[in-house]
Design a protein around this ligand. Structure first.
Ligand SMILES: [Cu+2]
Length: 111
């Protein structure tokens, strides 16, 4: 009985490399990831620091960063985008990992 189980385990292990090289599964992964990273998150502007190019936002969940709702400060990729918003504005934004901090690539006011 013990040898039968061992043989089964070997058989299972030897099939797994083939499964890992399933290219269609990889393609699906790529699609899901890119759809996620372009998703916009929502929040409210709490503070603007144009000198340091930062904005503090009380944000909802950010799916692409696996982040829950919280208030935090982001660096803004395009300084001019801070001219369009003011404290209290509801915004939609796209954030991703920057060099040191999380970076906002896209920021728009919700009307
Ligand atoms: Cu956060």
């Amino acid at each position: 009985m013990r040898t039968l189980i061992a043989a089964l385990a070997v058989a299972l292990l030897s099939t797994s490399p083939a499964f890992a090289e399933d290219h269609s599964a990889h393609a699906m992964h790529g699609m899901a990831a890119s759809a996620k990273s372009t998703a916009l998150s929502e929040g409210t502007v709490k503070k603007l620091d144009k000198a340091k190019n930062r904005v503090t936002i009380a944000h909802g969940p950010i799916a692409n960063l696996d982040m829950g709702a919280m208030t935090m400060t982001f660096v803004v990729a395009k300084p001019a985008s801070l001219d369009k918003v003011k404290v209290g504005d509801k915004v939609r934004f796209q954030a991703e990992e920057g060099k040191d901090d999380l970076m906002i690539n896209r920021l728009e006011v919700v009307k």
